[in-house]
Design a binder for this molecule. Sequence first.
Ligand code: HEC
Length: 179
Amino acid sequence: MAGKVPGYGGLGGSGSPRLRDDEEDRVVHFVRLEGAAAVTGLVVSVGGASGRLAGSVARAQNAAAASVLDGVYTEAQAERGMALYDKQCTLCHGEKLDGGLAPGLTGDDFFGEWTGQTVAEMVEKMRNTMPADDPGKLTLEQAADLSAYILSKNKYPAGQRELAAEIAALKQIRIVKPK
Ligand code: HEC
């Protein structure tokens, strides 16, 4: 299911399943890159599934006082992040995110670094500097997925919507200590 729109199977009718998969990916990327304006357009052109997407974007944008306690990522997104993490990050940050060559990304290491900042700042830091041995290649989407995984390992709750691959939305989500 990585990167797919749930329920977005009804379009295109007789096209091969493989083509429909590609289309799904394009729609997802389009939505993520172009943001709310594009979503509005998609509601007109493809109907149901993107209507739900528009709803989640609107909720994310309205959640001015959101924090990581509010279920701001999905379990599926954290799983995508885990797959990336296992390939690119364990070498320095440890299989359990508890550090090694680099600081841990959980517990006191995490709270000390990020409490009071927003998820956007963590995502920017990753995109600009990580992985430290080959930085600058993570997409916004990948950095959001990795953040979802890091949040899950810090025991913040999963929810119904993904962390958006959009800096403006991520700036609305503050990192606070767990209750
Ligand atoms: C070659 C070693 C190396 C790899 C691989 C690496 N990191 Fe790092 N990372 C570091 C070092 C060293 C620091 C501490 C210096 C700094 O903050 O820039 C750091 C810091 C960080 C921080 C900020 C510190 C904190 O406590 O939160 C985050 C977040 C992070 N890395 C995420 C990642 C992610 C995600 C990946 C995989 C995509 C990754 N790193 C891969 C070496 C690495």
